[in-house]
Design a protein around this ligand. Structure first.
Ligand SMILES: [Zn+2]
Length: 226
């Protein structure tokens, strides 16, 4: 589902499970109406909301959506949970670059935090730091679809998080640490995803070639910049 597709596309995704639906990301404002319609069509209930990272254009829709579906379990990575709560301090061993991007004030707490390797239904949590310190991707173990959040963008051309696309520069401007984002992009090719679905822009089928090209561009740019 996409909010503001023409101007500032923000995607979120419904993943179907036997026991109901998982919403991955939530855009900037409530997606309760859209989710309710899909849930009715599929004959399933919304059970979970899982966030790829703490930015406001991914977490902002949680409050309104949860109002309509009060029993959903909301989760985010253990590392991005404090960032969501407003604590942007960095941990020992992390690049000491300030966390960037758009944040909202949240009056709710996640019900659960997860770490890479954990499972949320059929979704495997994959470490994908760089855009934020605790950014993750979700790999659907059934069909290898990769929900990669802002680790890549495809709006205005595929790019690794941190590579500025002048026609849609926002994800790059909001990226915390570019070398980390590049290592993540390389690692996300490993599971050979069948589909790459991102926060901003269209999903790509058989994305390996496109991901490789984006990685090559990022490697050249980030080396030049550092
Ligand atoms: Zn973001």
């Amino acid at each position: 589902m996409t909010k503001f597709p023409a101007v500032f596309p923000m995607n979120c995704f419904l993943v179907e499970e036997e026991d109901g639906l998982t919403l991955v990301d939530s855009t900037m404002s409530s997606v309760a109406v859209e989710v309710a319609e899909q849930a009715r069509m599929l004959g399933k209930e919304l059970r979970r909301i899982a966030l790829t990272h703490a930015h406001g254009d991914h977490a902002g829709g949680v409050a309104g959506t949860r109002q309509r579906f009060p029993n959903v379990e909301v989760s985010i990575s253990e590392r991005d949970a404090p960032i969501l709560a407003g604590d942007h301090s960095l941990r020992a061993g992390e690049p000491q670059t300030p966390v960037k991007g758009y944040f909202i004030k949240v009056d709710w707490k996640p019900d659960r935090t997860f770490n890479p390797g954990d499972r949320i239904g059929s979704l495997q949590v994959v470490a994908a730091p760089g855009h934020t310190p605790g950014h993750v991707a979700f790999l659907d173990v059934r069909d290898r679809a990769l929900l990669a959040g802002d680790a890549f963008q495809t709006r205005a051309g595929i790019a690794v998080s941190g590579v500025l696309r002048p026609l849609f520069p926002f994800p790059a401007m909001a990226t915390w640490d570019r070398p980390t984002a590049l290592r993540t992009a390389i690692a996300l090719r490993e599971p050979k995803p069948s589909l790459l679905a991102v926060g901003h822009g269209d999903a790509l089928l058989e994305p390996d070639g496109a991901m490789s090209r984006a990685i090559e561009v990022a490697s050249r740019r980030f080396v030049k910049a550092s």
